[in-house]
Design a protein around this ligand. Structure first.
Ligand code: HEB
Length: 88
């Protein structure tokens, strides 16, 4: 392993999977194209900002950094990249 993609996967598995694996509380599911397409259409900057700062959407609340404030912005971005890649 190694590299940015592997790092993003690790972050995803540690922090994001709790909600995004099964879609807890309205979270878009990993690998679900229908869930992700309109979100990806917003552009990556919006996805990054929403993931780092958190936001309340139509389906629920995305907590800042998934509730793990020890993550750096770069780690969260890598996890977003990983999730977006899985939706393609
Ligand atoms: Fe989340 C959403 C990412 C964790 C819940 N998220 C979301 C999105 C993204 C993400 C990108 C989309 C945005 C838009 O659309 O704009 N997450 C993420 C990451 C992580 C996470 C990267 C790790 C760090 N989440 C999480 C958790 C939870 C969640 C842990 C639970 C608690 N999210 C969520 C929800 C949503 C999201 C619910 C949806 C909201 C609305 O409504 O829209």
């Amino acid at each position: 392993a190694g590299g940015a993609a592997a790092k993003g996967e690790d972050v995803y598995k540690q922090t994001c999977t709790a909600c995004h694996a099964t879609g807890v509380a309205g979270a878009p599911k990993l690998g679900d194209k229908a869930d992700w397409e309109p979100r990806i259409a917003q552009g990556k900057d919006v996805l990054y900002e929403h993931s780092i700062k958190g936001y309340t959407g139509k389906k629920g609340v995305m907590p800042p950094k998934g509730g793990n404030m020890s993550l750096s912005d770069e780690q969260v971005k890598a996890a977003v990249d990983y999730m977006v890649a899985q939706a393609k």
